[in-house]
Design a protein. Structure first.
Length: 107
């Protein structure tokens, strides 16, 4: 079972603002090779860091409002939200250790 939440323009604000843990949102698209490469890494983090961080995905082709609002220009872009506010922006695919290191101070 996936522990990753799929977000949309309609559900984004409600989910991110209501979260009691930080939310790492993966802005991705079906045609993006690097997005597919980091998907298993995000699955592992979602499983291993359960209770500390939530992982969510937002398809940029289907959700233009949120994509534009956060000025996502290239993908994959990962935004870490804490208390409903973006705290960390990671552009490009990363390995698990590097990704965890970049978000660690907010977990």
């Amino acid at each position: 079972m996936s522990e990753i939440t799929t977000l949309s323009d309609a559900t984004f604000d409600e989910h991110v603002k209501a979260a009691d843990t930080p939310v790492l949102v993966d802005f991705w698209a079906e045609w993006c090779g690097p997005c597919k490469m980091i998907a298993p890494v995000l699955e592992e983090i979602a499983h291993e860091q359960s209770g500390k961080v939530q992982i969510a995905k937002l398809n940029i082709d289907e959700n233009l409002d949120v994509t534009r609002r956060f000025e996502v220009m290239s993908i994959p872009t990962l935004l870490l939200f804490k208390d409903g506010e973006p705290k960390v922006r990671i552009v490009g695919a990363r390995g698990k250790a590097q990704l965890l290191q970049e978000i660690q101070s907010y977990l």
